[in-house]
Structure formats: structure tokens, C-alpha cells
Design a binder for this molecule. Structure first.
Ligand code: BTN
Length: 258
């Protein structure tokens, strides 16, 4: 079976009408969807995958290392999502966790807001971008360690080191995310995110208006923000990134039941 057929098969009958394109190589699947949607060549929903990206993009202007034969790089164009609910990045994180668990049996942990960790390593990143035609959700999953390992700029990146079929995984992720996008207000999505998010109760560092802060994570707000308390009181972080206070993600996660 060809890749596109395998993806459709894994998406199941409910989502079989969704157009799917599987490329060998592209610059960035997010960028390709953005251009095609803006030019009116595609409309939501639409799924694009690639075996390799030459200019994979991460959050906060970072690069996402995307070599051939080692990962799944996919972008799903969704229709605009209702405002109620925790936001598309939260829904996508849960969708990927569910799909990875079904496909590999491994249970990932979520680091707010969009990183998935397994055994202390970041195995997946999510980049959601809103455009007037809809929302592009880009997902990169490191399935295998590239020959020579990940470059130093990839930070905590690691791989699942699984033989999982990336087409089947792409189909499952897309199916869960399409379902989530239909019912973002369903409390089950946020509850599952909260259960899988390992920062609650931990001290973290973050930046507010350019000032470095350290605070305690209280949980995840209904809109998907991170609830923290520090010397100035309670606040909700809406975007950006937090880093762990005294211990590394690896130390912390190895203490969690897997
Ligand atoms: C992050 O960890 O900062 C987000 C990484 C998102 C990477 C995916 S791979 C598929 C899609 N295309 C891109 O250029 N980026 C996203």
C-alpha cells in the first residue's frame, strides 16, 4: 500500500473524505499548507506529510531538525475552531499522545504547552499557526535517532526509537485531532491534558515583560494557560516557555511512573 492509502486507512471511515498528500521532501509542511490555503488551492480539512523537511520550523523562530527516514513531519489544516475550549495546541498534544500510545504502547508526558517527552527526551513538538482560512497544526515526531545523533541545537531532542509506521501514526493523529477540533469544549480533552502534563507542583522559571521570574505551577487554566504563583501572586501564562527550576526534565520524569 502507498503512504497516502496507509494514512487514509488509519484515519478510519469517518475521516476518509479528508484529502491527504504524502511528499518525500519539502521545505516545511506548515509553510506548504499556508501557501496553498492562501492561494485558494486547498481548503480545510487537508493533511500533508513529508519524509523529510529542509527548513522544518519550530516555535519561537527555532529550527526543527527533520532528516529523512527518522521521523514523521505532518501538518493538518483545520477549519477555524470555536473559541470555547483550551486551544488547538492543547487538543493537538492530547491527540498525539493518544495516537502514539495506540501505535507504540509508549505513554508520553506533556510539558506545557506543546512538547511531548518520553524518558526525559523531547520526542515531539507542535507548531500551530492561525491564518484567515483556518488553523495549521504542524506536528513533528522523532521516531528514530538520526545517524550521528541529534545536533546540539536540538536541545533535549530524542527519539522514540520505534519501528512504528509513520503513515499509520499520521492517520491516527489526524483522526484524533479532527475529532478534538469538532468538540473542543468537551472537558475530556482538557482533563486528559492535565493528567499528562508533568509540571503541576513543580517550580519553574519564565519571563514576564522581560523580567525573569520563578514560581510554582498550580495547573492548567480552562483556556489552556499555565497557572503559576510567584512573589507577586497568581498569574496565567498564555504563551512562551517555562524551564524547570532546580531539576532537569529527565530527573523529574524518571521519578514519574511510566
Ligand atoms: C517545536 O517543537 O517548537 C514545534 C516543532 C514543530 C515541527 C513540525 S514538523 C511538521 C511541521 N512543519 C514545520 O515546519 N514544523 C512543524
Amino acid at each position: 500500500m502507498e503512504g497516502e492509502e496507509r494514512i487514509r486507512e488509519a484515519m478510519g471511515p469517518r475521516w476518509r473524505h479528508v484529502p491527504v498528500k504524502a511528499l518525500k521532501e519539502t521545505d516545511s509542511t506548515n509553510l506548504r499548507l499556508k501557501e496553498a490555503a492562501r492561494a485558494g488551492r486547498i481548503s480545510p480539512p487537508f493533511l500533508l506529510t513529508a519524509d523529510c523537511q529542509t527548513a522544518g520550523r519550530g516555535r519561537l523562530g527555532r529550527q526543527f531538525v527533520s532528516p529523512a527516514g527518522t521521523g514523521l513531519y505532518m501538518s493538518l489544516l483545520l477549519p477555524p475552531i470555536k473559541d470555547q475550549g483550551p486551544g488547538v495546541t492543547i487538543l493537538a498534544a492530547v491527540a498525539v499522545c493518544r495516537a502514539l500510545e495506540e501505535e507504540t504502547g509508549v505513554r508520553p508526558w506533556i510539558k506545557w504547552v506543546n512538547d511531548l517527552f518520553v524518558q526525559g527526551k523531547k520526542v515531539c513538538g507542535i507548531l500551530a499557526e492561525g491564518i484567515s482560512e483556518g488553523i495549521i497544526v504542524g506536528i513533528g515526531v522523532n521516531l528514530r535517532t538520526p545517524p550521528g545523533g541529534f545536533p546540539p541545537e536540538a536541545g533535549l531532542a530524542g527519539a522514540l526509537d520505534t519501528e512504528a509506521d509513520r503513515f499509520s501514526l499520521a492517520g491516527r493523529i489526524a483522526a484524533h485531532l479532527l475529532s478534538a477540533a469538532e468538540t473542543p469544549e468537551d472537558a475530556a480533552w482538557l482533563n486528559e491534558y492535565r493528567e499528562r502534563m508533568f509540571l503541576t507542583g513543580q517550580r519553574v522559571r519564565y519571563t514576564v515583560n522581560g523580567a525573569e521570574k520563578e514560581g510554582l505551577v498550580r495547573g492548567v487554566a480552562p483556556d489552556g494557560g499555565l497557572l503559576v504563583s510567584d512573589e507577586e501572586g497568581e498569574r496565567t501564562l498564555k504563551s512562551g516557555e517555562v524551564t524547570l527550576g532546580s531539576q532537569s526534565v529527565g530527573d523529574l520524569l524518571y521519578k514519574q511512573p511510566q
